[in-house]
Design a protein around this ligand. Structure first.
Ligand SMILES: [Zn+2]
Length: 121
C-alpha cells in the first residue's frame, strides 16, 4: 500500500462501487477491512459514510496542489465582462466560496470545498 492513514489522496477511475467521484480529495482513515486487506477506507463527501477504494482508485495529489494554499487566490468577473485572478495581499484571505474549485494543474478538487458538493444517495 503506497499511502498511510491520514494521507490526502485524489480519487480516480472509481470502479469498485464506493460513493466517490473522480477528482474528489479524501483522507485515508483505514487500511483494509474484514474482507480485504489491500484497500483504503475513506469518508465519502456525499453521504459521510466509510467506503473502500482500491490501490488503483487513488493517486497522490500533484506536487502543485498538495502545496498550494487554496485561500490565497480567487477568480472573479467584474461588471459581467472582465475576468481576473485576484491574489490576497497581507492580512485577508478569501472565504472558501470564493476560492478556486479545482487545481489548475491536475484537476483535483479544492479540499476546502468538497462539502459544497450536493449530497446524493
Ligand atoms: Zn493538483
Amino acid at each position: 500500500m503506497r499511502f498511510k492513514i491520514g494521507a490526502k489522496v485524489r480519487v480516480k477511475n472509481v470502479y469498485s462501487g464506493g460513493n466517490f467521484d473522480d477528482g474528489d480529495v479524501v483522507t485515508i482513515k483505514q487500511i483494509g477491512n474484514e474482507d480485504e486487506s489491500d484497500c483504503y477506507g475513506a469518508i465519502s463527501p456525499y453521504d459521510g459514510l466509510m467506503w473502500y477504494l482500491n490501490e488503483d482508485e487513488v493517486e497522490a495529489m500533484c506536487d502543485f496542489c498538495s502545496k498550494w494554499d487554496w485561500g490565497e487566490a480567487s477568480a472573479a468577473v467584474n461588471n459581467g465582462k472582465f475576468a481576473h485572478i485576484y491574489f490576497i495581499s497581507g492580512a485577508s484571505r478569501f472565504p472558501v466560496h470564493k476560492q478556486f474549485m479545482y487545481c489548475p494543474v491536475c484537476g483535483a478538487m479544492n479540499p476546502n470545498r468538497i462539502g459544497e458538493k450536493e449530497s446524493r444517495e
